[in-house]
Structure formats: structure tokens, C-alpha cells
Design a protein around this ligand. Structure first.
Ligand code: PHE
Length: 336
């Protein structure tokens, strides 16, 4: 009997040692300790049927075996648990630095929006704040206050879209961001430096014109502002935005809201060759404009300039057809 107990115990311990899962261990537990046919329980139950002198030793050994097997099972449970966590550390390891398998394509800004944001940043460093307005504009802000008299021929120059709606009679789709000069000056006391990027509209459509395009207006009003200030600001900004070697040239021109009025050309490398390209209009703010917004032209003066964003981006990246910006062909847009 004692030998039987010893074998039972050794068998059990051997099985426990190689058990590789909690389930196998549970089965071993049942085999030896199950309420119905547990092998150790059977022996304990059989003690009363033994010879009295045998009972003591059998009972003692059976209890030792029971404890050893129980302890063995408990220890193995613990080991299996440990192994499970240890393997989790390798099987479920996540490398957070690894690139995603399904690459999600990130959206990007449209080249025009991107350039306008760059303008805001560059002019911001030069002390200019951003002013925003409306694309549907009244005659006063788009023309009249900018010194376009009602019969001024320059109104015709701008191929205006007039809004044909009784309620919005007299409104236009703004033809220039210069309306923002008026809107900002009406609301604020000088001195100030602002830029106003935005959409403008003109009846025009070909490889270099679109009925909707973008401009950026720049206005500085202070005391004793000069054309040299204008040149410095514009040149500094363009050197950072377009090309560090850009140079500028001014030609006399005419815009009703500036005096003198200037056409600005930039010297740029195009296909390896230095070329003067017209980039926008500029000038010293006309005193009539200042008077229209109740600013005393004896105390204050300033400059304004405006240029087309599409044209700038075309120059910067060598884009040949302006319409590419609005076709939204990803093959084009992805290049920026
Ligand atoms: N608003 C003018 C245009 O669209 C450009 C301009 C802006 C000219 C500011 C002078 C001063 O043609």
C-alpha cells in the first residue's frame, strides 16, 4: 500500500511537471482530488478498511502525498501563468515606432492656401496683422471709397460681376482685395500694418486668368511712410517667400486709390534665365482715400500694394497654366 502511494505521488508529480496548460493541470487535479474518483481520496477513504496497525502509516503517507501533489499543482499553475505573461511580452509586443501597414494618405493643403499661410507668417514677422472681409461687396468699399468716381473708366477695366438680385442691388463680387483697405481703416485708428488675403472675381478666363482668383493686399499707414518703406517690406517678404535673390523694379502706372501708382516687376530666374515679371500693383495711399475713412492726410500717410497669389505660385513653382490650380487633379496637387 505504501508503495502504491509512493508511485501514485511520483506519477502525479511527473504529470504535473510536463503539464503545459491550465486545462491539463485541472484534469490532473480531477484525477487525484476529484470528489467522485480522485485517486488520493480513494486511498484516504479506504483507510478504515485496513488492518489497524497499517492505518497510521498509510494515513500519514497518504496525507504527505496529498500535500506534495497539491503543492506541485499550485507551483505549476504559477509557472504556467508566468510563462503566459512572458510569452505575451514577445507575441503581443507592439512597436509603436513601426510604420502603419495600411498607410493612410494624409491630406495636404492646396498650394494656394499654403502660399497664403506662408504670406501670413512672413508678413507677420514684419509686423503685419491679417484682416478678413467679404467676397460679396458693396460699391462703396470695392470702388467709391477707393476713389473710383461713379463714372470712372477704371470701373470698366475690372470686368466686374454685378449681382443681379433686387435685395443686393449695387453689390458686386469684389474685384480686388483693396476693399479691405477701406473696411479696415473704417474700423481702426492708425498706425497699422495689415495684409488681407482672399478671393476676388473678374469676368476673365484663359491660361493666365480665372474668373475667381486670389489676391493679397498689403497696407501700412503711419507717419512719414515712404516708397522706400514699401520697397523694403515687399522685397524682404518676396525674398523669403519666393527666392532669396529676387530684385524689384517699379514702373509708373495708374490706380485711382494710390498716388503715385506703380506697377511692380520682379527679377526672377525662369527656366534658368533672369526675367522681369510683372507681379502686382502698388503705390502711396491717395489722400482722397484717407479722407473717405476720416483719416487726416496731413498727419498720416502710407503705402498699399496688391498681388495675385496664383501668379506668385506659378512663378515660384514654374506652373504654366493657372487652371491647374482649380482642376484638383491629384497628380498636380501632390507635387507641392
Ligand atoms: N487692387 C489692384 C488690382 O487689383 C492692385 C493694387 C493694390 C494696386 C494696391 C495698388 C495698390 O489691380
Amino acid at each position: 500500500m505504501l508503495e502504491k502511494i509512493e508511485n501514485l505521488k511520483n506519477d502525479a508529480l511527473a504529470k504535473i511537471k510536463i503539464a503545459s496548460s491550465e486545462e491539463e493541470l485541472k484534469n490532473i487535479e480531477l484525477e487525484y482530488f476529484g470528489r467522485k474518483a480522485g485517486k488520493i481520496g480513494e486511498i484516504l477513504k479506504a483507510i478504515p478498511t485496513l488492518e489497524p496497525k497499517e492505518r497510521g502509516a498509510v494515513g500519514k503517507n497518504a496525507n504527505i502525498a496529498k500535500k506534495d501533489v497539491e503543492a506541485g499543482i499550485a507551483a505549476r499553475y504559477f509557472e504556467i501563468e508566468e510563462e503566459k505573461y512572458a510569452s505575451l511580452a514577445t507575441s503581443e509586443k507592439i512597436d509603436v515606432t513601426e510604420p502603419a501597414i495600411n498607410k493612410i494618405e494624409k491630406g495636404k493643403r492646396h498650394p494656394l492656401s499654403k502660399f497664403m499661410l506662408e504670406c501670413e507668417e512672413v508678413f507677420g514677422k514684419l509686423g503685419f496683422e491679417v484682416a478678413e472681409g467679404y467676397e460679396i461687396e458693396d460699391d462703396f468699399h470695392n470702388f467709391e471709397a477707393l476713389n473710383f468716381t461713379p463714372d470712372h473708366p477704371a470701373r470698366e477695366m475690372q470686368d466686374t460681376f454685378f449681382i443681379e438680385n433686387e435685395e443686393l442691388k449695387g453689390y458686386v463680387l469684389r474685384t480686388q482685395t483693396s476693399d479691405m483697405q477701406i473696411r479696415f481703416m473704417e474700423e481702426n485708428k492708425p498706425p497699422y500694418r495689415i495684409i488681407a488675403p482672399g478671393k476676388v472675381y473678374r469676368k476673365d478666363s484663359d491660361a493666365t486668368h480665372s474668373p475667381m482668383f486670389h489676391q493679397i493686399e498689403c497696407l501700412m499707414i503711419d507717419k512719414n511712410v515712404s516708397l522706400a518703406n514699401l520697397r523694403f517690406i515687399l522685397l524682404s517678404a518676396l525674398r523669403e517667400l519666393i527666392d532669396p535673390n529676387v530684385d524689384l523694379r517699379f514702373r509708373l502706372s495708374y490706380f485711382p486709390f494710390v498716388e503715385p501708382g506703380l506697377e511692380v516687376d520682379a527679377l526672377l530666374k525662369v527656366d534658368g534665365k533672369e526675367t522681369w515679371l510683372e507681379i502686382g500693383g502698388a503705390g502711396m495711399v491717395h489722400e482722397n482715400v484717407l479722407k473717405n475713412v476720416n483719416i487726416d492726410p496731413k498727419k498720416w500717410n502710407g503705402f498699399a500694394f496688391g498681388f495675385g497669389i496664383e501668379r506668385m505660385v506659378m512663378i515660384k513653382y514654374g506652373v504654366k497654366d493657372l487652371r491647374s490650380f482649380f482642376e484638383n487633379d491629384l497628380r498636380f496637387l501632390k507635387q507641392f
